[in-house]
Write a protein that binds this ligand. Sequence first.
Ligand SMILES: *Cc1c(COP(=O)(O)O)cnc(C)c1O
Length: 226
Amino acid sequence: MIRVTENFRKIQDLLAKAAADAGRPADHIRLLAVSKKKPLEAILAAASAGQRDFGENFVQEGIGKIAACGRDDLTWHFIGHLQANKTKAVAENFQWVHTVDRLKIARRLSQQRPESMADLNICIEVNVDAEEKKSGVSPAELPDLAAAIAELPRLRLRGLMCLPAIRHDFDEQRKPFAALNAMSKALQASGLELDTLSMGMSADYAAAIHEGATMVRIGTALFGAR
Ligand SMILES: *Cc1c(COP(=O)(O)O)cnc(C)c1O
């Protein structure tokens, strides 16, 4: 588990460097450690190195880890595809959901979020490359969805998330992230208070940071291959 600690330090340095290259303060970028399919020990190692935010893709696996680690010191983000029959479990356990892409799901999360818990933080997933097989709302439908979600009780709309098609060239990687940033700015201009751009993973975090990412979701570079 020494490797998780080492990787954590290395990633902190890489994120700081990417921020400096982009002319942004490093503390504007939050590292979300994607721990899917990784054992509890890996999470605990990262937590003892100072990591606080963890992302999980599978509801049952995530709930098990939340039960074991608790929510007092750690913040748990659901970043997987969310089906309607799983919204209750997510609403009752996680603090963030990054993958809301339709109103039905948002309404269920709103109704199912326990009153005793803080508002559930929401990012809307946008299908930036209009990929047929990918989740996410289309850019055209985003404004209406965002306005509707912002009205729902017990949810707090924080921002946008994307998972672009794989690109290898840095300048190509920047394009979908720049597009998501522009959508966020347009929503802000329409009066929504958004503070989160959840974009960038192990292979494209630098491009995402260049285009304004406030949260990068890193799995492989931190915990090794899955
Ligand atoms: C798995 C996953 C990640 C992390 O990807 P890595 O390439 O391992 O860094 C980020 N975001 C989402 C939505 C994921 O499913």
